[in-house]
Design a protein around this ligand. Structure first.
Ligand SMILES: Cc1cc2nc3c(=O)[nH]c(=O)nc-3n(C[C@H](O)[C@H](O)[C@H](O)COP(=O)(O)O)c2cc1C
Ligand SMILES: C=C(O[C@@H]1CC(C(=O)O)=C[C@@H](OP(=O)(O)O)[C@H]1O)C(=O)O
Length: 378
């Protein structure tokens, strides 16, 4: 069992949805960096609940209190950074029935077996999407650090309820692709509902609202790119950038699929089509296109890294569902109470960015070629 991720830059997440607070401890952050707290607050607000019609109505400030890890000048000081996020707007009575009648699609029943009935069921306990708030603190700081090194990370809603957004231009095969990708990433910065095509965004929001009104939920796909990574970051066989990212991204509750580059479509392509030919570049061979999504052999190629995650429809829906009363062993009908996201994907966008930043930061510090090792001032 582990709520810790990373090798050199290690992040531990703690708390439950309805405990006094949730938070993270991040060890191994390079010293001497001053996080921009205003920017971190704006980043946290993109994930925070209770702001938008596509969100759970539970309203939380999600203002992190950093209790250690910064010096009096507000710079990372080398000591573990601990951040705490308060839980204030809890309504635990909504969850009383679930110990007896578990929700289909949530972790209630398997965790009852694993933790022998001692689990905190309220709000999903440690399995709640709420635990992604501290991930956004840790990852939000890493995003800022990476940017100082020329690495940018941005994500959007590639799909919601089957409605597709304009895709990110990560393949680089069209003329002007790199500039187009930069413009797309700039357009997504700080967007409340991060899509590139406003019409698609409207159709997505309408689909979410329709599901909510029908006591149901919808899923989506979050697509993320990272640019500016040097070539050669990662390590075989199990510390490749794909391995590290997949492990971390599957830690985000409701993520059910992860693909890199052209992903599952690669299975129906020919080698002649999927291979990215090399052309001469400033630092050696450079992929002319990017079906690999910036990773070969688990190592970065220097091309934009592209990862997409499938987010399932929220399991806690208002419609009556079939379950079992575990006290009697009889079939039971469950009506889930409480306040829930009708679609998780929009609020998962900054979470995917945060997790990617955290993993890439760790990979750069731990698994870089010698001349690119991350050291302050290097
Ligand atoms: C930002 C975020 C918000 C979420 N909100 C809800 C919610 O309101 N209701 C719910 O049932 N699940 C929600 N989830 C998903 C559950 O926590 C998740 O489905 C559950 O823990 C089971 O894990 P699994 O889906 O990964 O198997 C949310 C996830 C995230 C990332
Ligand atoms: C509070 C957040 O999301 C929660 C995630 C969640 C779940 O089951 O994952 C269930 C709901 O919890 P509650 O019943 O306590 O309102 C959501 O509101 C958050 O993301 O900050």
């Amino acid at each position: 069992m582990s709520s810790t991720i990373g090798t050199s830059v290690r992040c531990t997440v703690f708390g439950q949805s309805h405990s006094e607070a949730i938070g993270c401890v991040v060890e191994g952050l390079p010293a001497g960096f001053r996080p921009d707290m205003g920017r971190l607050a704006r980043f946290m607000a993109r994930r925070a609940p209770g702001r938008d019609p596509w969100s759970t109505p539970r309203r939380e400030a999600d203002a992190p209190r950093i209790v250690s890890g910064l010096n009096p000048d507000g710079e990372t000081c080398g000591a573990p950074l601990c951040a705490i996020v308060a839980n204030t707007n809890t309504r635990s009575s909504d969850y009383e029935e679930l110990r007896r009648v578990p929700r289909p699609g949530h972790a209630d029943w398997p965790v009852q077996v694993r933790w022998e009935g001692f689990q905190d069921v309220a709000g999903g306990g440690h399995f709640s999407g709420r635990l992604t708030a501290p991930l956004c603190v840790a990852g939000g700081i890493c995003l800022q650090m990476l940017e100082g090194r020329g690495v940018s990370v941005a994500a959007h809603l590639a799909e919601v309820a089957g409605v597709a957004d304009e895709p990110l231009v990560y393949r680089l095969d069209a003329p002007g692709a790199e500039a187009a990708l930069r413009a797309q990433m700039a357009a997504l910065a700080d967007a409340a509902f991060p899509v590139l095509d406003a019409e698609a965004g409207e159709a997505m929001r309408a689909a979410v609202e329709e599901a909510r009104a029908g006591l149901d939920s919808v899923g989506g796909v979050v697509e993320c790119v990272a640019t500016g990574l040097p070539a050669g970051v990662g390590s075989p066989m199990f510390d490749g950038v794909e391995n590290l990212l997949a492990r971390a991204l599957f830690g985000i509750p409701a993520v059910k699929g992860v693909e890199f580059g052209s992903g599952f479509r690669a299975a129906s392509m020919r080698g002649s089509e999927h291979n990215d030919p090399y052309v001469p570049g400033a630092r050696g061979p450079q992929p002319a296109k990017n079906d690999a999504g910036g990773i070969l052999g688990g190592l970065t190629t220097g091309a934009p890294l592209r990862v997409a995650v499938a987010v399932k429809p929220t399991s806690s829906i208002g419609r009556p569902q079939r379950s079992v009363d575990v006290a009697t062993g009889e079939a039971a009908e469950l009506r889930v109470r409480g306040r829930h996201d009708p679609c998780i994907a929009p609020r998962a966008v900054p979470v995917v960015e945060a997790v990617c930043a955290l993993v890439l930061m760790d990979a750069l510090v731990t698994f870089s070629p010698r001349d690119a090792v991350w050291r302050p001032g290097n």
